[in-house]
Structures are given as structure tokens and as C-alpha cells.
Design a protein. Structure first.
Ligand code: NAD
Length: 466
């Protein structure tokens, strides 16, 4: 194909104002449809629920962990469980049984989650399935009068992001993406320091999900269900899992609440490990034959996002190179900086990182109320060192006290949108891609979430068997 024809096609796909055609779906149609003043879910408080009746969908490894954590929280009743495979329900049922908690109703089959969402004994649908079901289940739940909490990413396409936003606004049901890394201890410390102006104006931040999932996960035929993780890594490029690194730094930079993502550029390496590993596995095991000879996501993706206020965020994703785990978590401002990976955790308010005693002083002064209140208990219950339990406890405490949630549907949509948008850029020679404004202008007035525990903090933790 002549160069000018190729570049013409690329320009049609990615030229200013025409980006929609490069995206896997038509985000602009949604933006236009939604032009007339929608209800703003930022700061939205739903009526109090004294008991939160939870229906959980997807009792695999993450879902079973969630059942265990949720069973410790006062005012929680797990009334329903659903999994495609009846066998996968057993571990969660055994956990509840061992703790002397009532047996939930169970639903099975590919679409069993529909009946769970339609039932009258669920207030919150908690979604821990493979990614392609996060939006369909969340949307169906909200349309049937339930709040939705979904594992990350909340959506896989720009259309799905808009569907979440529009459904949450129309139904006035919460849609929270369960971005647990926002509740890790150092991330909460840096957020509170940022809110207190300790870093000055934050002008740049970095986050990542760098986790070698190769042998134990992606390529492990018994490690998870239906090889869904590996399948997600075929036929896609870009950052498939942006929110663990992005969520905490987006909160530090008041994204959707004073600033917003404007545009991004993204670049991926080629794949140097997955295709060769699958070729080798397929040579000895027929199970892997369908996965051999396919194109896999490039190992490392780097995406840079520019905000409306002229700040930058760099997000990386690599789950297939052998290297130590990192979420980076770097925050850099006009007065100071913080960094978590590689350890130890570091803060600087000048040229040098603080000495351990100075860092301790920061912890003494800026550990936020939620960590003082529930941090030690969370470490005991567990879940990635406690952050998962802080998240669950806070979600339930907000629902029980009629408080806005820390992460709203706009956060879920904009953080998740980096998945399809990074792909659109990475496969088009890193062309600039606009990030939709899911708040439709409300980011200018929306306020950062309340870190005080005011009006809440009343939910206890049960002494149930570990
Ligand atoms: N936030 C975190 O730290 C974290 C950690 C691990 C996993 N996750 C997320 O949790 C989710 C689940 O991951 P996992 O590791 O538990 O995977 P998994 O394969 O162990 O579990 C998924 C479960 O969903 C079930 N399922 C599949 N299709 C279904 C359907 N149609 N209806 C009902 N159930 C269905 C499967 O049978 C399986 O039991 C993913 O979105 C993953 O990204 C998040």
C-alpha cells in the first residue's frame, strides 16, 4: 500500500476530532447523546442501608477472598453467590458455614447472575468475574435497583465506560470499581500529604502494574478458569490493567475533581516471551495447541497522559517479563516527592529522601483517619497486606451511613478507559488519543472525596473464626 494511502487511513482514524473511528467502539455517539445535564453521581449519597445484603458473582480466587473478608464486617449479609461452575461455589460456602453465617442462595450457569441481580434479597452486587463480564453484570445490577461494585478494570471498551456512567446516573445506584490499591498504607499516606499540600502542586506522577504472572498464572492451565487471562493477552495491545497504578496517583492529582485526563500517547514493546513460551508448551501438551502461533500483547506498555491543567502521569504494564513486582507509585510536586517501588518507601521535601526517623514523623502526622481506625484490624484480616479489607470495610460503612463512596462511576470509567485508549494509540504508532470527559464538565466543580470518616466509622468488625 502506498505510504500516502496508509497515512491517510491513519489520519482518518486518528486525526483530531476523528479519533472515534480508531477506537474499538463509538464513544462520541455516547458523549453527544448525554449532552443534556445528566445527574452528577460525584458526591452522591444513597439512602442508608442498615444491613447490606450482598450477592457476589464469580467465586474464583478473588471472589472467595472477598467472601472471607466481607464475612468479618458488621451489617453485612451475604445472601447470594453465583458462579458459572457449581463446584467453584464450594469454597465460599464452606467459609460461611465454618463461621456460622447463614447459607446464601446460589446461582449457576453462564447467565445465572441475571437471576441474582433480579432477586429481591440483594442490595449490592459484588463482581469478581473475568473482565468481559464486569460491565454487563454491573449495568444489569443497577438496572435492577442494586448498587454495583466491580473488580478492576470496570470496563474494557469506551462504550462500556459510557454505559456504566449513564446507567449509574439514570438509576442513581452507586457503581464503584474495587481499586484496592487506593487503600494501601503508603498510598493513603501520600494522598493525605498531597491533600495537605506537602508536595506543593503535583505536576507529575507514575504508577504501574509490573507483575510476572507468567508461570503461575497466565500459563497455568489449572490456576484460574477457562484461561481467561491468557485470552485477554491475545489480540489486544496496550495497557490491559491500568488501574492499580493509576488509581492512587489519579486521586493524588484530583482527577475528575478539579482536573481531568485530556489526552494520551502509548507505546508497547513487541512480545518477547509469551509466544515462544506457548510454542514450547504446545510442543509437549495438546491443551496449549490452540494458543500457539497467536500474537500476544507486547511485554511492556508505557502510556503517558496529559491533564487539562498541564500535568503528566506515566503508567506502565508488564505481566510477562521476569522482574520484581512494582506499582512504582511516584508522586512529584513543586515542594516534594514520594516513591514506593522499589522499596523502601521514600519521601523527600527537598533534594534528599528523608531519613527513617523523619519518615516516621510523616506517618505520625499524616496517617489518615481511616488507617488509624481500621488499619491494624485490616492487617489481621489480610488481603494484600490489609488494603483489601480497608476497601471493603469503607464501602460497607459508606453504604450503611449513607455517605458518598470514595470512588465513583467517573473514576471507574476514566481509569478503565486507559485500557482501550492505550491500545488505540499503541497500535497506531503512538498517535495522540483524547480521553473522553466522562463527567461532561462537572470535573471543574466536583470535590475530592472526604478522607475524614465524618458521618461514618460506625461499622464494627465481627469476631468470626479465621
Ligand atoms: N484487585 C486485585 O488485587 C485483584 C487480584 C486478583 C484478581 N482480580 C480481579 O478479580 C477478577 C477475578 O480474578 P480471579 O483471579 O479470581 O479469576 P478466577 O478465574 O480464579 O475466578 C473467576 C471466577 O468467575 C467465574 N465465572 C466465569 N464466568 C462466569 C459467569 N458467566 N458467571 C458467573 N461466574 C463466572 C469462574 O468460574 C471463576 O470461578 C478479575 O477481574 C481480576 O482482574 C483483582
Amino acid at each position: 500500500m502506498p505510504t500516502n494511502r496508509r497515512s491517510f487511513l491513519r489520519n482518518v482514524a486518528l486525526g483530531s476530532g476523528a479519533i472515534a473511528s480508531a477506537l474499538p467502539d463509538n464513544s462520541y455517539a455516547h458523549a453527544m447523546q448525554s449532552a443534556q445535564a445528566p445527574f452528577n453521581m460525584c458526591g452522591f449519597a444513597a439512602p442508608k442501608l442498615s444491613t447490606v445484603r450482598i450477592g457476589l458473582v464469580g467465586t474464583g480466587s478473588r471472589g472467595t477472598g472477598a467472601i472471607d473478608r466481607l464475612s468479618y464486617i458488621d451489617g453485612v449479609q451475604i445472601t447470594a453467590l453465583c458462579d458459572k461452575y457449581p463446584k467453584h461455589l464450594e469454597k465460599s460456602q464452606a467459609i460461611l458455614n465454618k463461621k456460622g453465617l447463614p447459607a446464601p442462595k446460589t446461582y449457576t450457569g453462564e447467565e445465572g447472575w441475571k437471576a441474582l441481580c433480579e432477586s429481591n434479597d440483594v442490595d449490592l452486587v459484588y463482581v469478581t468475574t473475568p473482565w468481559h463480564l464486569h460491565t454487563p453484570i454491573s449495568v444489569y445490577a443497577m438496572k435492577h435497583g442494586k448498587h454495583a461494585a466491580s473488580e478492576v478494570p470496570a470496563a474494557k471498551t469506551i462504550d462500556e465506560c459510557w454505559e456504566l456512567v449513564e446507567t449509574s446516573e439514570k438509576t442513581r445506584q452507586h457503581m464503584m470499581m474495587l481499586e484496592n490499591c487506593c487503600y494501601d498504607f503508603f498510598e493513603l499516606l501520600t494522598l493525605n500529604m498531597a491533600r495537605n499540600g506537602m508536595f506543593g502542586e503535583i505536576l507529575h506522577a507514575e504508577g504501574a502494574y509490573i507483575h510476572d504472572l507468567g508461570k503461575d498464572y497466565l500459563l497455568n492451565k489449572t490456576g484460574y478458569s477457562d484461561m481467561w487471562r491468557l485470552k485477554e493477552n491475545t489480540g489486544h495491545q496496550g495497557n490491559l490493567y491500568p488501574t492499580h497504578g493509576l488509581g492512587p496517583i489519579a486521586q493524588c492529582m484530583n482527577i475528575n475533581r478539579g482536573d481531568k485526563f485530556d489526552h494520551l500517547v502509548s507505546m508497547s514493546t513487541s512480545d518477547f516471551t509469551l509466544a515462544p513460551a506457548l510454542k514450547e508448551l504446545a510442543a509437549n501438551d495438546d491443551f496449549f495447541k490452540p494458543y500457539a502461533g497467536k500474537t500476544y500483547r507486547g511485554n511492556m506498555n508505557t502510556t503517558i497522559i496529559k491533564t487539562d491543567l498541564g500535568k503528566t502521569l506515566m503508567v506502565q504494564h508488564d505481566v510477562s517479563s521476569p522482574r520484581p513486582y512494582s506499582r512504582i507509585h511516584l508522586v512529584s510536586g513543586t515542594k516534594g516527592a514520594a516513591q514506593k517501588y522499589p522499596g523502601p518507601e521514600r519521601i523527600a521535601l527537598g533534594h534528599s529522601w528523608m531519613k527513617p526517623e523523619e519518615l516516621k514523623g510523616m506517618y505520625d502526622k499524616y496517617t489518615p483517619p481511616i488507617v488509624r481506625h481500621i488499619g491494624d484490624i485490616a492487617k489481621n484480616v489480610g488481603g494484600h497486606g490489609g488494603m483489601d479489607f480497608i476497601m471493603d470495610w469503607r464501602l460497607i460503612d459508606c453504604l450503611r451511613n449513607g455517605l458518598p463512596l470514595d470512588q465513583d462511576v467517573y473514576d471507574a470509567a476514566s481509569w478503565s478507559s486507559i485500557m482501550p485508549l492505550s491500545e488505540a494509540s499503541a497500535i497506531n504508532r503512538s498517535k495522540t488519543v483524547d480521553v473522553p470527559d466522562f463527567t461532561r464538565g462537572a470535573w471543574k466543580q466536583n470535590k475530592p472525596h472526604d478522607m475524614t470518616l465524618n458521618g461514618g466509622g460506625t461499622t464494627g468488625v465481627r469476631a468470626v473464626l479465621k
